[in-house]
Design a protein. Structure first.
Length: 260
């Protein structure tokens, strides 16, 4: 499914069949820089990172009636004009979602070239073959979301995900805390907010960026400590929230199953 349009099954235009999906399964490429080690064997051991994921979808539309061919082509050309939001972070484009063997993965994508189309057959037997070039600037793919609600307490609560790479939770803090609040792990990672938390106006923190958002607006200068909570594959972390003065803040932690 691309931006809400079913590409492998029945849709309003007829029967759509994906014939090839290149670049989606498996790992993305690796980007690194080769620097020869001076006066030594081999190269300097520089960090390696995952490259963007390039995906190409090829398919065929068997229209319910010939007039649907152009309608479908127009629909394809108008896709990916919104945003491919991942948690609280908006990215240009839209979302590609692929179901395979009873599991579903999705990723934000955008156009990476021209839509290619070719008509085959004649009359009522006419079909449309198409190729859609896409790019996912972030190579990660996402699955289900693991949501945990944690009230203010001195005790810690575990958060986790079921993916195979590091995940960054999105935290929504609701309730009331006039003097602000602190979120902390047993290891000492701390995220402390001094902005008053008002009932009905939740705070949102995307742990990938560490930004505090209130009412879809970025808030600067009111985060005393900005420790980032990361959830590694195969492990959970424990967190808690407490008011700095008075109040009863509640944190809702959403962690997407994250894959590479």
């Amino acid at each position: 499914m691309l931006d809400g349009l079913e590409l492998n099954g029945m849709n309003r235009y007829g029967e759509c069949i994906v014939t090839d999906l290149v670049g989606w399964r498996g790992r993305p490429g690796v980007k690194s820089q080769d620097v020869s080690a001076p006066n030594s064997d081999g190269d300097v051991d520089l960090p390696a990172h995952n490259a963007a994921r390039n995906v190409t979808i090829s398919g065929t539309l068997i229209p319910s009636q010939p007039a649907q061919l152009q309608e479908f082509l127009d629909r394809l050309g108008g896709l990916l004009q919104g945003d491919g939001t991942v948690a609280g972070d908006q990215l240009a484009g839209g979302r590609l979602q692929v179901g395979w063997h009873h599991s579903t993965r999705w990723a934000p994508v955008k156009w990476d070239g021209e839509l290619q189309d070719d008509y085959a057959g004649q009359g009522d037997d006419m079909r449309l073959n198409f190729t859609i070039p896409l790019k996912s600037p972030r190579p990660q793919k996402f699955g289900d979301v693991q949501k945990v609600v944690i009230p203010a307490s001195t005790s810690y609560t575990d958060i986790f995900h079921r993916g195979n790479t590091v995940a960054y939770p999105v935290v929504v803090v609701s309730g009331s805390a006039p003097g602000g609040y602190t979120m902390r792990t047993p290891g000492g990672t701390t995220y402390q907010v001094t902005r008053p938390l008002v009932s009905g106006t939740p705070h949102t923190i995307d742990m990938r960026t560490g930004r505090l958002m209130v009412g879809n607006q970025f808030v600067a200068g009111q985060v005393t400590y900005s420790g980032i909570f990361r959830v590694w594959q195969g492990r959970s972390i424990s967190v808690r929230i407490q008011p700095l003065t008075t109040g009863s803040p509640v944190m809702t932690v959403s962690t997407f199953d994250t894959y590479i």
